[in-house]
Ligand binder design. Structure first.
Ligand code: DC
Length: 220
């Protein structure tokens, strides 16, 4: 079974997807982490974030390993743990451009399908229900208002000890929404057959219970 959770930045996808996977006792694949990891490698090696073919080649040379553990997903590239580095501002600022290249998406989608070929998975991203696995048994489009998503991101960064301006975060959320929704290759859309779940003002537990319930209905 595949549970596809798509939606805009800051909707709570990774928190919800990880908890749903745990509730169902199945694997969790964070596809955003794959695009972020490639962006980090590009920044570190100096491959231009505008060069799609070179980035796709870089992705082939630096396969990303995602390890599910008790503390969350660890992201490893060539033995190097980059879990924290891929969440930093330089990567967040450049990842939309990297993810917009068709060559890059082609490479990533192939890898995601390869991982999820076997077993049951909860997978979050932007194009899982529309492109990667249109046949997913459960498809959710998780969203929340821009203000709510900015507030959540702000709280997350403050909890990590970062000093950040809420307005700047709101601008960044809007900028990424626009970039992810307006790109030519696999833009963020509500997939055919997806259930839209608006999490504005709703606790994580209720959202997780609802999606896990949808999955249990499918397998019942
Ligand atoms: O969910 P996130 O913020 O970690 O995603 C990082 C970026 O990767 C974001 O700009 C959208 C992009 N992305 C994508 O294009 N397709 C996916 N399946 C997952 C993420």
């Amino acid at each position: 079974m595949i549970v596809a959770i798509d939606g805009p930045a800051g909707a709570g996808k990774s928190t919800v997807a990880r908890a749903v996977a745990q509730a169902l006792g199945i694997g969790y694949l964070d596809t955003g982490a794959m695009y972020r990891a490639l962006t980090l490698v590009a920044l570190r090696t100096g491959v231009p974030t505008g060069d799609g073919p070179a980035l796709a080649e870089l992705a082939r040379e630096h396969p990303v390993h995602l390890e599910n553990g008790p503390a969350g997903v660890r992201v490893i590239i060539r033995g190097d743990d980059v879990t924290t580095a891929i969440r930093e501002a330089d990567v967040t600022g450049a990842v939309s451009e990297v993810a917009a290249h068709p060559d890059v998406r082609h490479e990533m989608v192939a890898r995601q399908r390869q991982v999820m070929e076997r077993g049951d998975w909860v997978c979050d991203g932007r194009d899982i229900g529309s492109v990667v696995f249109p046949g997913a048994e459960v498809k959710v489009f998780l969203t929340a208002s821009v203000d709510e998503r900015a507030r959540r991101r702000h709280a997350e960064l403050v909890a990590r000890g970062e000093v950040v301006d809420l307005r700047a975060i709101r601008d960044d959320v809007e900028r990424r929404d626009h970039a992810d929704s307006s790109r030519a290759a696999s833009p963020l859309v509500v997939a055919d057959g997806a259930t839209v779940v608006d999490t504005t003002g709703i606790g994580i537990d209720a959202v997780v219970a609802r999606i896990a319930g949808m999955a249990r209905e499918v397998t019942a």
